[in-house]
Design a binder for this molecule. Sequence first.
Ligand SMILES: NC(=O)C1=CN([C@@H]2O[C@H](COP(=O)(O)OP(=O)(O)OC[C@H]3O[C@@H](n4cnc5c(N)ncnc54)[C@H](O)[C@@H]3O)[C@@H](O)[C@H]2O)C=CC1
Ligand SMILES: O=C(O)C(=O)COP(=O)(O)O
Length: 467
Amino acid sequence: MSAAQNIPIRKRDDPSAVTNSFDPSTSPTQTHISPSASFSHRSNSQSVSAKQLKPFNTQDVKVLLLENINVTGQDILRQQGYQVEALKASLPEDQLIEKIKYAASHAYTKLTAKVLEHAKNLIVIGCFCIGTNQVDLNYAANAGVAVFNSPFSNSRSVAELVISEIIALARQLADRSMELHKGIWNKVSAGCWEVRGKTLGIVGYGHIGNQLSVLAEAMGMSVIYYDVVNLMSMGTAKQVPTLKALLEGADFVTLHVPEIPETKNMISTEQFGYMRKGSYLINASRGTVVDIPALVEAMRSGKIAGAAIDVYPNEPAGNGEYFNKELNTWAEDLRSLKNLILTPHIGGSTEEAQSAIGVEVADALAKYVNEGSTVGAVNMPEVNLRSLTADEPNHVRIIYIHKNVPGVLRRVNEVLGEHNVDKQMTDSRGDVAYLMADISSVNQGDIASLYNSLEDLGSRVRTRVLY
Ligand SMILES: NC(=O)C1=CN([C@@H]2O[C@H](COP(=O)(O)OP(=O)(O)OC[C@H]3O[C@@H](n4cnc5c(N)ncnc54)[C@H](O)[C@@H]3O)[C@@H](O)[C@H]2O)C=CC1
Ligand SMILES: O=C(O)C(=O)COP(=O)(O)O
């Protein structure tokens, strides 16, 4: 059973729906949603009346889905009662800024500080993929916006694509196919190899690297890997101490590292120099990890016998757009090379992966929106309290995101201490701390003043009162 099925679903004016558990539709005040309820960014001198502070209603929640999110994810969010707008492609920055008062994201849409600065009502971002490099995570955390992703739902799909590319490169499969599509019969064995007995070098031995390691050994390859962390080997794979050692020892090099400053141009002229003559390079991680002009040079010189590239520093916003020099200056150089497999970022593009990602991220978003749980968040501490039950009426759930500075908890608890604090959990990550507390026996009339008191503490980043 997916987590989503555990989340209470209730529509406005439907009193018959969920009453036996914490009921988000009558509880959380989504301070991000409607402009009239955008409390979290008001100045401290304003105050919120009880009338303005509406009880949470899932139908007030607006979700913007970009880049053709799988229907499984869309369904989960719609079943919550949220207003879901699903677009097939990404949006240009100006339109995104206009829309991003509420949003979910996808692999390519860049949610920079400049974009997020305009997202005054946004409370959560879902990356329906593994990579979260497209979002300014730090800015988001400091603005009280939680970010979720799907850490491994598409790992197997990427690993299988890479396996297919290892064989395809060794056999020059793409070239032969393209030739025959043009009517040219070109039966060659020179420079074509079996993969059995060859060495695969995996850079980044995480979820994808692990899967790949097992599959490659099953085909009779030897596996070596390089990772900044000391990791347990799968099968008989061996960790090597340096990137140089990996490049010198592998016939095929495949990259599975995140996009971070340390991995930018990780494979450039110097590294191609260490690689074996006639070896192959595969990049299905992020476009910035390989210095493409250096790759072009290494392939033209014959040092590298073939490459498969799935990811690029600049990728088109949607299908049908051109991949040309306006987007990446070296695009034409790449297109002119032999035994170079170019794919449009399809590593995770399988029915299985997209469906699993849709469920996982949509579940996490709903748990956060409805109940405040940050389990699985990539930019906030993971905090959760069990869902409230039917025999806990008049409970209010407080979510208080605040700067991680001394003395805040004492001041928050002075405010909460006016009521009966049933349970409370707090944790911090970097500059930001997240507090969740369930307060019982709260009069409806006291909720706005509770909210105002928390908002008036100088340390608050965002307050949500779910009732
Ligand atoms: N082409 C596609 O469609 C897809 C691409 N990706 C990309 O693949 C990347 C890897 O995915 P996972 O394996 O799930 O990530 P992961 O987080 O499970 O593993 C990444 C590994 O890289 C290691 N690492 C980090 N910095 C390193 C460095 N400087 N040198 C060597 N190792 C380093 C980490 O210690 C970790 O073991 C993602 O960050 C994403 O950008 C992920 C899914 C689909
Ligand atoms: O999961 C990732 O990081 C990916 O790169 C996959 O992107 P996608 O979901 O296939 O657009």
